[in-house]
Design a protein around this ligand. Structure first.
Ligand SMILES: NC(=O)c1ccc[n+]([C@@H]2O[C@H](COP(=O)([O-])OP(=O)(O)OC[C@H]3O[C@@H](n4cnc5c(N)ncnc54)[C@H](O)[C@@H]3O)[C@@H](O)[C@H]2O)c1
Length: 320
Protein backbone atom coordinates (compact mmCIF):
# COMPACT_ATOMS: atom_id res chain seq x y z
CA UNK A 1 0.00 0.00 0.00
CA UNK A 2 1.19 3.53 -0.81
CA UNK A 3 2.52 5.49 2.19
CA UNK A 4 0.34 8.51 2.93
CA UNK A 5 2.04 11.89 2.95
CA UNK A 6 1.15 14.89 5.12
CA UNK A 7 2.24 18.53 4.96
CA UNK A 8 2.40 20.29 8.35
CA UNK A 9 2.73 24.07 8.14
CA UNK A 10 4.34 25.42 11.31
CA UNK A 11 5.99 22.00 11.69
CA UNK A 12 9.01 23.41 13.56
CA UNK A 13 6.80 24.98 16.22
CA UNK A 14 5.79 23.58 19.59
CA UNK A 15 2.56 21.84 18.57
CA UNK A 16 3.50 21.35 14.91
CA UNK A 17 6.62 19.37 15.81
CA UNK A 18 4.68 17.09 18.19
CA UNK A 19 2.11 16.66 15.44
CA UNK A 20 4.88 15.60 13.01
CA UNK A 21 5.92 12.97 15.57
CA UNK A 22 2.31 11.80 15.88
CA UNK A 23 1.79 11.56 12.11
CA UNK A 24 5.06 9.65 11.64
CA UNK A 25 3.82 7.34 14.39
CA UNK A 26 0.67 6.76 12.35
CA UNK A 27 2.76 5.74 9.33
CA UNK A 28 2.70 9.01 7.33
CA UNK A 29 5.64 10.51 5.49
CA UNK A 30 5.79 14.12 6.71
CA UNK A 31 6.86 17.40 5.12
CA UNK A 32 7.17 20.24 7.64
CA UNK A 33 7.11 23.79 6.24
CA UNK A 34 8.13 26.61 8.55
CA UNK A 35 9.81 30.01 8.25
CA UNK A 36 11.19 29.72 11.82
CA UNK A 37 9.52 33.00 12.87
CA UNK A 38 8.67 31.58 16.30
CA UNK A 39 9.66 27.93 15.88
CA UNK A 40 13.12 26.38 15.91
CA UNK A 41 15.12 23.65 14.24
CA UNK A 42 15.80 22.27 17.73
CA UNK A 43 12.16 21.12 17.86
CA UNK A 44 12.70 18.77 14.90
CA UNK A 45 16.36 17.95 15.46
CA UNK A 46 15.42 14.39 16.52
CA UNK A 47 13.83 13.82 13.07
CA UNK A 48 16.83 14.98 11.05
CA UNK A 49 17.95 11.48 10.07
CA UNK A 50 14.46 10.06 9.58
CA UNK A 51 14.08 9.37 5.86
CA UNK A 52 10.30 9.73 6.15
CA UNK A 53 10.65 13.35 7.31
CA UNK A 54 11.52 16.42 5.27
CA UNK A 55 11.88 20.04 6.39
CA UNK A 56 11.30 22.98 4.07
CA UNK A 57 12.14 26.47 5.33
CA UNK A 58 9.57 28.77 3.81
CA UNK A 59 6.92 31.39 4.45
CA UNK A 60 3.65 29.58 3.77
CA UNK A 61 1.89 32.83 2.79
CA UNK A 62 3.52 32.36 -0.64
CA UNK A 63 2.73 29.52 -3.04
CA UNK A 64 4.74 26.40 -2.32
CA UNK A 65 6.54 24.12 -4.73
CA UNK A 66 4.19 21.40 -3.58
CA UNK A 67 3.05 20.74 -7.17
CA UNK A 68 5.16 17.61 -7.42
CA UNK A 69 4.15 16.34 -4.01
CA UNK A 70 1.39 13.84 -3.74
CA UNK A 71 -0.20 14.96 -0.46
CA UNK A 72 -2.94 13.14 1.42
CA UNK A 73 -3.27 15.65 4.26
CA UNK A 74 -2.48 19.33 4.79
CA UNK A 75 -2.43 20.42 8.43
CA UNK A 76 -2.18 24.20 8.72
CA UNK A 77 -0.56 24.98 12.08
CA UNK A 78 1.64 27.94 11.10
CA UNK A 79 0.92 31.07 13.14
CA UNK A 80 2.50 32.92 16.02
CA UNK A 81 0.50 31.68 18.99
CA UNK A 82 1.79 33.15 22.22
CA UNK A 83 0.59 36.60 23.30
CA UNK A 84 4.15 37.93 23.23
CA UNK A 85 4.70 36.58 19.70
CA UNK A 86 1.49 37.81 18.14
CA UNK A 87 1.85 41.21 19.79
CA UNK A 88 5.34 41.50 18.28
CA UNK A 89 4.34 39.99 14.90
CA UNK A 90 0.80 41.33 14.51
CA UNK A 91 0.92 41.80 10.74
CA UNK A 92 2.60 38.42 10.16
CA UNK A 93 -0.13 36.82 12.29
CA UNK A 94 -2.87 38.37 10.17
CA UNK A 95 -1.02 37.38 6.99
CA UNK A 96 -0.53 33.72 7.89
CA UNK A 97 -4.15 33.48 9.07
CA UNK A 98 -5.38 34.90 5.74
CA UNK A 99 -2.91 34.42 2.83
CA UNK A 100 -1.36 31.41 4.57
CA UNK A 101 -4.72 29.72 5.04
CA UNK A 102 -5.69 30.38 1.40
CA UNK A 103 -2.38 28.88 0.21
CA UNK A 104 -2.72 25.83 2.46
CA UNK A 105 -6.29 25.26 1.29
CA UNK A 106 -5.31 25.71 -2.38
CA UNK A 107 -2.59 23.11 -1.87
CA UNK A 108 -5.12 20.69 -0.39
CA UNK A 109 -7.54 21.39 -3.22
CA UNK A 110 -4.88 20.82 -5.91
CA UNK A 111 -3.75 17.55 -4.36
CA UNK A 112 -7.24 16.34 -3.43
CA UNK A 113 -5.87 16.15 0.13
CA UNK A 114 -7.76 16.40 3.39
CA UNK A 115 -7.22 19.63 5.33
CA UNK A 116 -7.07 20.61 8.97
CA UNK A 117 -6.82 24.12 10.36
CA UNK A 118 -5.47 24.86 13.86
CA UNK A 119 -7.96 27.24 15.39
CA UNK A 120 -8.12 28.40 18.97
CA UNK A 121 -10.23 29.06 22.02
CA UNK A 122 -9.38 32.74 21.33
CA UNK A 123 -12.23 32.60 18.80
CA UNK A 124 -14.52 32.81 21.83
CA UNK A 125 -12.80 36.02 23.03
CA UNK A 126 -13.84 37.00 26.55
CA UNK A 127 -16.70 34.49 26.61
CA UNK A 128 -20.16 35.27 27.93
CA UNK A 129 -20.95 31.52 27.89
CA UNK A 130 -19.16 29.13 30.19
CA UNK A 131 -17.88 26.52 29.54
CA UNK A 132 -17.52 27.23 25.81
CA UNK A 133 -19.38 24.99 23.41
CA UNK A 134 -18.62 24.99 19.69
CA UNK A 135 -22.01 26.59 18.99
CA UNK A 136 -21.08 29.75 20.94
CA UNK A 137 -20.07 32.54 18.50
CA UNK A 138 -17.80 34.40 20.87
CA UNK A 139 -17.22 37.84 22.28
CA UNK A 140 -14.22 39.29 20.50
CA UNK A 141 -13.03 42.90 20.37
CA UNK A 142 -12.23 43.28 16.64
CA UNK A 143 -9.88 46.24 17.14
CA UNK A 144 -8.23 45.42 20.47
CA UNK A 145 -4.58 44.37 20.85
CA UNK A 146 -5.46 40.64 20.69
CA UNK A 147 -7.54 41.07 17.53
CA UNK A 148 -4.56 40.37 15.24
CA UNK A 149 -4.69 36.80 16.48
CA UNK A 150 -8.37 36.30 17.31
CA UNK A 151 -9.68 37.74 14.07
CA UNK A 152 -7.00 36.01 11.97
CA UNK A 153 -8.20 32.71 13.38
CA UNK A 154 -11.88 33.54 12.95
CA UNK A 155 -11.19 34.53 9.34
CA UNK A 156 -9.19 31.34 8.86
CA UNK A 157 -12.17 29.30 10.06
CA UNK A 158 -14.42 31.19 7.61
CA UNK A 159 -12.08 30.49 4.67
CA UNK A 160 -11.84 26.84 5.66
CA UNK A 161 -15.63 26.46 5.74
CA UNK A 162 -15.87 28.31 2.40
CA UNK A 163 -13.42 25.90 0.71
CA UNK A 164 -15.46 23.07 2.12
CA UNK A 165 -18.75 24.52 0.85
CA UNK A 166 -17.63 25.94 -2.50
CA UNK A 167 -14.77 23.59 -3.46
CA UNK A 168 -15.76 20.45 -1.53
CA UNK A 169 -12.37 20.29 0.22
CA UNK A 170 -12.53 17.69 2.98
CA UNK A 171 -11.79 20.03 5.92
CA UNK A 172 -11.51 19.89 9.73
CA UNK A 173 -11.23 22.72 12.27
CA UNK A 174 -9.71 22.05 15.67
CA UNK A 175 -10.27 24.69 18.36
CA UNK A 176 -7.25 24.20 20.56
CA UNK A 177 -7.33 25.36 24.17
CA UNK A 178 -4.18 26.24 26.18
CA UNK A 179 -1.70 23.45 25.62
CA UNK A 180 1.66 23.07 27.33
CA UNK A 181 4.64 20.75 27.46
CA UNK A 182 8.19 20.24 26.20
CA UNK A 183 9.38 22.39 23.23
CA UNK A 184 7.38 25.46 24.24
CA UNK A 185 9.43 28.61 24.07
CA UNK A 186 10.42 29.59 27.57
CA UNK A 187 9.03 32.85 28.95
CA UNK A 188 6.86 33.48 25.88
CA UNK A 189 3.92 35.14 27.60
CA UNK A 190 1.99 31.90 28.08
CA UNK A 191 1.11 31.02 31.64
CA UNK A 192 3.07 27.82 32.24
CA UNK A 193 6.39 28.71 30.55
CA UNK A 194 6.29 32.12 32.25
CA UNK A 195 5.72 30.62 35.68
CA UNK A 196 8.36 27.94 35.02
CA UNK A 197 10.90 30.58 33.96
CA UNK A 198 10.30 32.59 37.12
CA UNK A 199 10.09 29.61 39.50
CA UNK A 200 13.23 27.93 38.15
CA UNK A 201 15.17 31.21 38.51
CA UNK A 202 13.85 31.78 42.04
CA UNK A 203 12.02 34.94 40.93
CA UNK A 204 8.57 35.82 42.23
CA UNK A 205 5.76 34.62 39.95
CA UNK A 206 3.76 37.41 38.31
CA UNK A 207 -0.01 36.99 38.57
CA UNK A 208 -2.09 39.57 36.72
CA UNK A 209 -5.17 40.97 38.49
CA UNK A 210 -6.08 39.09 41.66
CA UNK A 211 -5.41 35.71 40.04
CA UNK A 212 -9.05 34.60 40.23
CA UNK A 213 -9.34 34.43 36.41
CA UNK A 214 -9.43 30.80 35.32
CA UNK A 215 -7.72 28.76 32.61
CA UNK A 216 -7.55 25.09 31.72
CA UNK A 217 -4.33 23.46 30.58
CA UNK A 218 -3.99 20.48 28.27
CA UNK A 219 -0.82 18.40 28.19
CA UNK A 220 0.61 18.15 24.69
CA UNK A 221 0.30 14.35 24.31
CA UNK A 222 -3.45 14.60 25.04
CA UNK A 223 -3.83 17.49 22.60
CA UNK A 224 -2.05 15.66 19.77
CA UNK A 225 -4.11 12.53 20.44
CA UNK A 226 -7.31 14.61 20.07
CA UNK A 227 -6.01 16.32 16.91
CA UNK A 228 -5.14 13.00 15.27
CA UNK A 229 -8.51 11.52 16.16
CA UNK A 230 -10.26 14.54 14.65
CA UNK A 231 -8.02 14.27 11.56
CA UNK A 232 -9.29 10.72 11.12
CA UNK A 233 -12.94 11.66 11.60
CA UNK A 234 -15.46 12.99 9.10
CA UNK A 235 -16.41 16.11 11.12
CA UNK A 236 -16.20 19.41 9.21
CA UNK A 237 -17.43 21.81 11.88
CA UNK A 238 -15.16 23.00 14.70
CA UNK A 239 -14.34 20.69 17.59
CA UNK A 240 -12.90 21.85 20.93
CA UNK A 241 -9.84 19.93 22.05
CA UNK A 242 -8.61 20.96 25.47
CA UNK A 243 -8.61 19.97 29.10
CA UNK A 244 -11.82 21.00 30.89
CA UNK A 245 -10.34 20.98 34.39
CA UNK A 246 -10.33 24.60 35.44
CA UNK A 247 -7.76 26.27 37.67
CA UNK A 248 -7.47 29.84 38.85
CA UNK A 249 -4.22 31.44 37.74
CA UNK A 250 -3.30 31.67 41.40
CA UNK A 251 -3.76 27.88 41.84
CA UNK A 252 -1.66 27.28 38.78
CA UNK A 253 1.15 29.50 40.12
CA UNK A 254 1.11 27.52 43.38
CA UNK A 255 1.28 24.20 41.49
CA UNK A 256 4.28 25.36 39.46
CA UNK A 257 6.04 26.49 42.64
CA UNK A 258 5.32 23.09 44.23
CA UNK A 259 6.41 21.07 41.18
CA UNK A 260 9.72 22.93 40.85
CA UNK A 261 10.41 22.99 44.60
CA UNK A 262 11.11 26.72 44.23
CA UNK A 263 11.12 29.24 47.08
CA UNK A 264 9.49 31.88 44.84
CA UNK A 265 6.55 33.91 46.12
CA UNK A 266 3.68 35.39 44.13
CA UNK A 267 3.49 39.05 43.10
CA UNK A 268 0.42 40.77 41.64
CA UNK A 269 0.28 43.19 38.68
CA UNK A 270 -2.55 44.92 36.75
CA UNK A 271 -4.61 42.91 34.26
CA UNK A 272 -3.70 43.37 30.57
CA UNK A 273 -6.43 44.75 28.24
CA UNK A 274 -9.02 42.20 27.01
CA UNK A 275 -7.61 39.43 29.20
CA UNK A 276 -10.36 36.79 29.30
CA UNK A 277 -11.77 36.16 32.78
CA UNK A 278 -12.43 32.50 32.19
CA UNK A 279 -11.74 29.84 29.60
CA UNK A 280 -12.81 26.25 29.72
CA UNK A 281 -13.74 23.94 26.86
CA UNK A 282 -16.94 21.97 26.77
CA UNK A 283 -15.57 18.74 25.29
CA UNK A 284 -18.84 16.81 25.01
CA UNK A 285 -18.59 16.89 21.21
CA UNK A 286 -15.03 15.49 21.18
CA UNK A 287 -16.06 12.78 23.66
CA UNK A 288 -19.10 11.82 21.61
CA UNK A 289 -17.53 11.99 18.13
CA UNK A 290 -13.95 10.95 18.81
CA UNK A 291 -14.15 9.02 22.07
CA UNK A 292 -11.49 11.47 23.27
CA UNK A 293 -10.81 12.99 26.63
CA UNK A 294 -7.57 14.14 28.24
CA UNK A 295 -5.74 11.80 30.60
CA UNK A 296 -2.83 13.83 31.98
CA UNK A 297 -3.58 15.96 35.03
CA UNK A 298 -1.82 19.27 35.59
CA UNK A 299 0.51 17.98 38.34
CA UNK A 300 1.64 15.06 36.15
CA UNK A 301 2.02 17.26 33.07
CA UNK A 302 4.17 19.72 35.01
CA UNK A 303 6.37 16.83 36.19
CA UNK A 304 6.67 15.51 32.63
CA UNK A 305 7.71 18.97 31.40
CA UNK A 306 10.08 19.91 34.20
CA UNK A 307 13.26 18.43 32.75
CA UNK A 308 12.66 20.26 29.45
CA UNK A 309 11.99 23.60 31.15
CA UNK A 310 15.11 23.25 33.32
CA UNK A 311 17.21 22.79 30.18
CA UNK A 312 15.45 25.63 28.35
CA UNK A 313 16.02 28.04 31.25
CA UNK A 314 19.70 27.07 31.49
CA UNK A 315 20.19 27.53 27.72
CA UNK A 316 18.44 30.88 27.70
CA UNK A 317 20.47 32.10 30.67
CA UNK A 318 23.67 31.08 28.87
CA UNK A 319 22.64 33.08 25.80
CA UNK A 320 21.82 36.29 27.70
N1 LIG B 1 -0.19 26.04 22.00
C1 LIG B 1 -1.42 26.39 22.26
O1 LIG B 1 -1.84 26.39 23.42
C2 LIG B 1 -2.37 26.75 21.15
C3 LIG B 1 -3.69 27.12 21.49
C4 LIG B 1 -4.57 27.44 20.48
C5 LIG B 1 -4.17 27.37 19.15
N2 LIG B 1 -2.91 27.02 18.85
C6 LIG B 1 -2.53 27.02 17.43
O2 LIG B 1 -1.67 25.94 17.12
C7 LIG B 1 -0.70 26.34 16.16
C8 LIG B 1 0.69 26.09 16.69
O3 LIG B 1 0.90 26.86 17.86
P1 LIG B 1 2.20 26.66 18.76
O4 LIG B 1 1.80 26.81 20.16
O5 LIG B 1 2.91 25.44 18.35
O6 LIG B 1 3.04 27.96 18.35
P2 LIG B 1 4.54 28.08 17.81
O7 LIG B 1 4.82 29.53 17.72
O8 LIG B 1 5.44 27.23 18.61
O9 LIG B 1 4.42 27.45 16.36
C9 LIG B 1 3.98 28.14 15.23
C10 LIG B 1 4.92 27.85 14.08
O10 LIG B 1 4.46 28.52 12.90
C11 LIG B 1 5.59 29.05 12.23
N3 LIG B 1 5.14 30.13 11.36
C12 LIG B 1 4.54 31.30 11.69
N4 LIG B 1 4.25 32.02 10.61
C13 LIG B 1 4.68 31.29 9.54
C14 LIG B 1 4.66 31.50 8.14
N5 LIG B 1 4.15 32.61 7.58
N6 LIG B 1 5.20 30.55 7.32
C15 LIG B 1 5.73 29.41 7.86
N7 LIG B 1 5.76 29.16 9.17
C16 LIG B 1 5.25 30.09 10.01
C17 LIG B 1 6.51 29.50 13.35
O11 LIG B 1 7.84 29.68 12.94
C18 LIG B 1 6.35 28.35 14.33
O12 LIG B 1 7.26 27.32 14.10
C19 LIG B 1 -0.96 27.81 15.85
O13 LIG B 1 -1.74 27.91 14.67
C20 LIG B 1 -1.76 28.27 17.05
O14 LIG B 1 -2.61 29.34 16.75
C21 LIG B 1 -1.99 26.72 19.81
Amino acid sequence: MKTRRALVTGGAGFLGSHLCDGLLGEGYRVVAADNLLTGSLGNIEHLRNDSRFEFVQKDVCYPGEWGTLDLDYVLHFASPASPVDYAEHGIETLRVGSYGTFEALETARRCGAKFMMASTSECYGDPAVHPQTETYWGNVNPIGPRSVYDEAKRFSEAVTMAYHRYHQVDTRIVRIFNTYGPRMQINDGRVIPNFMWQALRGENLTVYGDGSQTRSFCYVSDEVDGILRLAGSAEHEPVNIGNPTEFTILDCARKVIASTGSRSQIKFEGLPQDDPKQRRPDISKAKRLLGWEPKVELESGLKLSLEYFRRAVAEKEKRT
